[in-house]
Design a protein around this ligand. Sequence first.
Ligand code: MRU
Length: 370
Amino acid sequence: MDRENLSEEAVSELLSGIENVRLNEEETAVVIIDQTKLPGKTEYLELKTAEELYDAIFELKVRGAPAIGICAAYGMYILSKRIRAENGLQFYEKCKEHAAYLNASRPTAVNLSWALHRMERLVEENLSHTPAELTEMLRQEGRRIQAEDAAMCRAISEYGVSLLREGDGILTHCNAGPLATSRYGTALGPLFLGKERGMHFHVFSDETRPLLQGARLTSYELEQAGIDVTLICDNMASIVMKNGWVQACMVGCDRIAANGDTANKIGTSGVAILAKHYGIPFYVLGPSSTIDFQCKTGEDIEIEQRNPDEIKSKFYARPMAPESVKCYNPAFDVTDHTLISAIITERGILRAPFESSLAEAFPERAGAGR
Ligand code: MRU
């Protein structure tokens, strides 16, 4: 999306009412909904320091690829307000340090580095400006990144809903709704939009072990919106497909390689394999900020490994595994492009071969590498 396209008025309009990630009124902190507390408690956190921002992203208090990019972008603005620099170059050096630090919080979702790179580049391209002017530019850029995300989610939702019919059963994995993005979400966007238009869907939400984003967040968001949702354990996806209850799978994404291979929450590739077996379309929905043309294939995507305690003890009243047992806890897997029926972006429904459909839909990005 071209940043020149959105007027300040359009940005404000797109941002109105967005609660999951925003600036506080005094613009001294990034405010997030602590997603680790949902659905039991809606608690807002104010993130003021680089460490607080890093920890909130690392601990998944704010999560979902677009949301962490937006949080980091606003974070750069908040941190830039405290930079003591005499000129643009000194200011830029400090910005680079902040960006590198925040970027280390999570490796797989490209939206994080994409947003940080965009903030950093803006400063680099305007070194002749004063630190105060550059700070204001960062403020506006953070707002634009979030507004563009809201617009992209809306467009994705429109394309997505065109693939669904009244009464369809949809299976989704992890959480790619408003909490993870801006307003409609990506994978859940077509369901919210369809609902607004009077359509009815039956959604199966994988609980999404080990961190339960499906149980805690997706079923919560859908229930709140009055959409029929049934929570299932991840290992029940096969039976609901076999029963004929699923007409389409819709998932979000954390990084799409140039050939269409897609990293998303661990377990997504298994859903795609099952969908192929049962002849069910498998759709990946994501904004262009999730496409990484620098990754030629999924082999180039770094997969985040997380603490074994997430498997052994988190969410249990007492540990459920021998204390010393080895664990393998990758947070994401890569779905092979051959399993994907379509990638739905803000520029349309892209089909195989993805190498050319992605490059044709986003020529400016494919050429530039990112
Ligand atoms: O570890 P998480 O919860 O941040 O993982 C999130 C996902 O895998 C989502 O499906 C993805 O970020 C898309 S959000 C629109």
